[in-house]
Write a protein that binds this ligand. Structure first.
Ligand SMILES: O=P(O)(O)OC[C@H]1O[C@H](O)[C@H](O)[C@@H](O)[C@@H]1O
Length: 544
């Protein structure tokens, strides 16, 4: 496999780094009055300002050249046409097919995947229409008041994030989510629910995930205790790629919504895994969500690299991670309903690109993967922004804001609270980039001993993403924007962004430790620390 570090643009970027480190955003803006305009790109309804990044024209030219020599365009075209770009699992990666319009055609291995996708969407639509209208009845004849989605990882984070993001569009039954094998999760989710009006969606691509099967079994017991075994079919549906396992669990495969092994878990909210979302917002709004994804897919597929938002943002991530030593990217949605977006991006980015070998198994000699974290603004401002502004870490930030609020309120002074929120967003990006120098602080009459403490170094990079409003379409656009950034980075780093071997061993080990932990087996796990911890756990648990 080609070593990207041997390519001319990578080597030139390594040398060029010093040039960028010796200048500041303040200087870059002073030198080019057009900078904001030239470093703003539109994608779908999103307007993305990347001018507050520590890059010059040359940096961008080299990064784009890096994308070209790494084969980003070729790999993108291979991915969307169904080539097996997930090489370690020998699978196609076709989440973009999930949002193709019904009129499109995509034949992969002799199979019309668009027809398959739309057949499932139609089945989901018919089912959710019945749930939402009250036509779907529980075993004792009651309509469904609450849908409980049981799933984890990609079978939870996407549905939970999107349902929360689209709170303003939620006109279906209440939706709750259970993911953790911690019994507290299911117990809390079931609190106050009436089994007679509760519908469970068991969402699992493999239908073999321990957490999900444990929660689904416990939920089934809860239901059967109240309504009897014969009530199960009216209260349990499944979303999976494994009809056999679904039937084994006792869910009628007629009540299963399928998808395919070419949909990665973290890329699956736009598949049948989004069933709980569709219950909440309805099939028309779900179609708008998919159309939003597709809009960005088309941008990614057709825009030239220098005007291609996921390419540019993905490359900036490579620049900070592999050349400037950044370890994380903070995501700051100035929209409270995007509260779960950072957690969603954690799985998307970190499970995809948290790898230290290339697709051919050779070790990478550079830093890969970005650590995503964040909280909605303005909450983060009163918690961790101190470190962003004056700390010693380089943390590129993504600000995400909306021009219109779904619903607005006014302050005591009659000012729009949404405008207050957005003023905070613009102010934070500005302060991060331009700071306030010691001279300026002094000129304000600050006591000399406080000047160093109050100095704001600035030169801290950020992207600002502005969208008209938080809608199903813009949520789809935002997700696709990040999916494709992750893809671009994976191609540049030469890694398989679509496997996740690193999560397997922990699952195996947990199963092996089970007897020791639950007290049915000897405490001899192979290492002293784990043995001692389990022994202490066992005696503590007896202590109560
Ligand atoms: O949908 P499931 O098969 O239950 O998988 C749920 C999750 O668990 C796995 O361990 C993977 O790390 C995730 O990528 C996946 O989304």
């Amino acid at each position: 496999m080609n070593d990207v570090t041997r390519t001319a643009p990578w080597q030139q970027l390594s040398e060029h780094r010093a040039e960028v480190e010796s200048t500041t955003l303040r200087e870059l803006f002073a030198a080019d009055p057009e900078r904001a305009e030239s470093l703003t790109v539109s994608a779908g309804d999103l307007v993305i300002d990347y001018s507050k990044h520590r890059v010059t024209d040359r940096t961008l030219a080299l990064l784009l050249e890096l994308a070209r020599v790494a084969g980003v365009e070729r790999q993108r075209d291979r991915m969307v046409s169904g080539a097996h770009v997930n090489t370690s699992e020998d699978r196609a990666v076709l989440h973009t097919a999930l949002r193709l319009p019904a009129t499109a055609t995509l034949v992969v291995d002799g199979q019309d995947v668009v027809a398959d996708v739309h057949a499932v969407l139609t089945a989901m639509g018919e089912f959710t229409d019945r749930v939402r209208s009250g036509a779907w009845r529980g075993a004792s004849g009651q309509p469904i008041a609450t849908v409980v989605n049981i799933g984890i990882g990609g079978s939870d984070l996407g549905p939970v994030m999107v349902t929360r993001a689209l709170r303003g569009y939620h006109d279906g039954p209440a939706v709750r989510f259970v993911s953790n094998v911690d019994p507290a999760d299911l117990t809390a989710a079931l609190a106050g629910l009436d089994p007679a009006s509760t519908l469970f969606v068991v969402a699992s691509k493999t239908f073999s995930t321990l957490e999900t099967l444990s929660n689904a079994t416990a939920a089934r017991r809860w239901l059967v205790a109240a309504l009897g075994e014969e009530a199960v079919p009216a209260h349990f549906v499944a979303v999976s790629t494994h009809a056999g396992r679904v039937a084994e669990f006792g869910i009628d495969p007629a009540n299963m919504f399928g998808f395919w092994d070419w949909v990665g878990g973290r890329y699956s909210v736009d598949s049948a895994i989004g069933l709980a979302v569709m219950c909440a917002i309805g099939r028309e709004r779900f179609a708008e969500l998919l159309a939003g994804f597709h809009l960005l897919d088309e941008h990614f597929r057709t825009a030239p690299l220098e005007a291609n938002a996921p390419v540019l943002l993905g490359l900036l991530g490579v620049w900070y991670t592999s050349f400037l030593g950044a370890q994380s990217r903070v995501v700051l949605p100035y929209a409270n309903d995007l509260v779960r977006f950072p957690a969603y991006l954690q799985q998307l980015a970190m499970e995809s690109n948290g790898k230290s070998v290339r697709a051919d198994g050779s070790p990478v000699g550079y830093r890969t993967g970005e650590i995503f974290w964040g909280e909605p603004g303005t909450n983060g401002q009163h918690a961790f922004y101190q470190l962003l502004h004056q700390g010693t870490h380089l943390v590129p930030a993504d600000f995400i804001g909306f021009a219109r609020a779904g619903e607005d309120l006014v302050t005591a002074d009659g000012v729009s609270m949404h405008a207050v929120l957005m003023a905070n967003m613009f102010a934070q990006a500005q302060v991060l980039a331009f700071g306030r120098s010691a001279e300026q602080i002094r000129a304000e009459g600050t006591a000399e001993e406080l000047v160093a403490h109050k100095t704001m170094p600035g030169n801290r990079p950020s992207t600002t993403i502005l969208a008209p409003e938080l809608t199903p379409s813009t949520v789809g656009q935002l997700i696709a924007l990040y999916e494709h950034q992750v893809f671009v980075q994976g191609v540049v780093w030469g890694i398989d962004s679509f496997d996740q071997w690193g999560v397997e061993l922990g699952k195996v080990q947990a199963t092996q430790l089970q007897p020791a932990v639950s007290g049915t087996g000897p405490v001899s796990t192979g290492d002293g620390s784990t043995d001692a911890l389990i022994a202490t756990y066992r005696s503590m648990s007896k202590g109560a």
